[in-house]
Design a protein. Structure first.
Length: 320
């Protein structure tokens, strides 16, 4: 084997022109493969593609949860008509300025609470257990009935009587009230509530509406473009305190951070290696002869990979 390599070296020493031509062809070929590489900047690209992950990803895509954008404006001290008018204005401005990157704008939501309660009362026996029947039994004695009627009379006179009247008509003795309270339909974790079809934060300081991306979340170039346009729109709508948030913003920031971290990792690694070699050999130029083969082998590896499998995670490149 050593004789073969010795013969190759002697051959190229005698034929320098052939050596440089062959080197040029190899570099051009590898560069072509390198250009074919498609760096996946999506942080989820390194996740295992198992069945559970695919099912989870399918649920997100089918329900468009990964494409949803949440917008909000200031709602403090404003009446319903003003808020609705401003939501409509902002919604139209978003559609116009984002070049159809955002679709399905939704500023009005139907309150589904009454439908949920109707369904619950229709099938309430299915939600009961043995202890529930004992509680219901205790509510059917004369004293409990009198207390329930007195409580209903107070609630009918309250500010919530329009909605409560429908509930009280279904259950005037409050047999299922404790069960409904355990469901706690309004006290969910997202701190959002509906008032006359408009979404508000629980402190009612901001009015909220939503939209969907018209493209796939993995398209980071579109994410960047959309973010830039929304920043410009946010500056124009400062008087409304317009703001936004969505998964596209997370994806864009992750992609940008991956690029920055990859460049920084490469820079720091090469810098430290060169520094150690310079200190050891006490020469500035000698370490370059050690670095060049490593850089060329990395270039060769990526060039060959471009022909075999051009799709590769940018995080994988950075860690390698």
């Amino acid at each position: 084997m050593s004789k073969i390599f010795s013969y190759i070296v002697q051959f190229f020493n005698r034929n320098i022109l052939i050596y440089f031509i062959l080197l040029f062809v190899i570099i051009c070929t590898l560069y072509f493969g390198f250009r074919k590489l498609n760096l996946d900047e999506n942080i989820y690209g390194i996740f295992p593609k198992g069945q559970e992950f695919q099912e989870f990803n399918n649920v997100l895509k089918e329900n468009h949860l990964n494409k949803q954008i949440i917008f909000s404006i200031d709602a403090q001290g404003k009446d319903y008509d003003s808020i609705y008018s401003e939501l409509k204005t902002v919604s139209d401005a978003i559609l116009e300025s984002t070049d159809s990157n955002v679709v399905d704008m939704r500023i009005f939501w139907e309150d589904q609470e009454e439908h949920v309660l109707n369904h619950y009362y229709k099938y309430y026996p299915a939600f009961l257990n043995y202890d529930d029947y004992n509680i219901i039994k205790s509510k059917l004695d004369p004293d409990s009935i009198n207390r329930s009627i007195a409580e209903v009379s107070k609630q009918i006179s309250s500010v919530n009587s329009i909605f409560l009247g429908k509930v009280l008509a279904k259950d005037p003795l409050g047999l299922m009230w404790y069960k409904i309270k355990s469901m706690n339909p309004k006290m969910d974790s997202n701190n959002i509530e509906i008032e006359d079809g408009i979404l508000f934060t629980r402190d009612r300081k901001r009015a909220v509406f939503t939209g969907l991306l018209s493209y796939e979340l993995e398209d980071n170039e579109s994410n960047k473009t959309l973010n830039t346009k929304l920043i410009d729109l946010k500056n124009k709508l400062k008087y409304l305190d317009f703001d936004y948030f969505g998964t596209f913003l997370i994806s864009y920031e992750n992609a940008r951070q991956v690029k920055d971290d990859t460049f920084l990792t490469l820079l720091v690694s090469l810098g430290l290696i060169l520094l150690l070699l310079i200190i050891y050999y006490r020469s500035i130029f000698t370490p370059i002869f050690f670095i060049l083969p490593a850089m060329f082998s990395g270039f060769c590896g990526l060039g060959i990979l471009g022909f075999i499998n051009p799709n590769i995670s940018a995080i994988s490149v950075a860690t390698s």
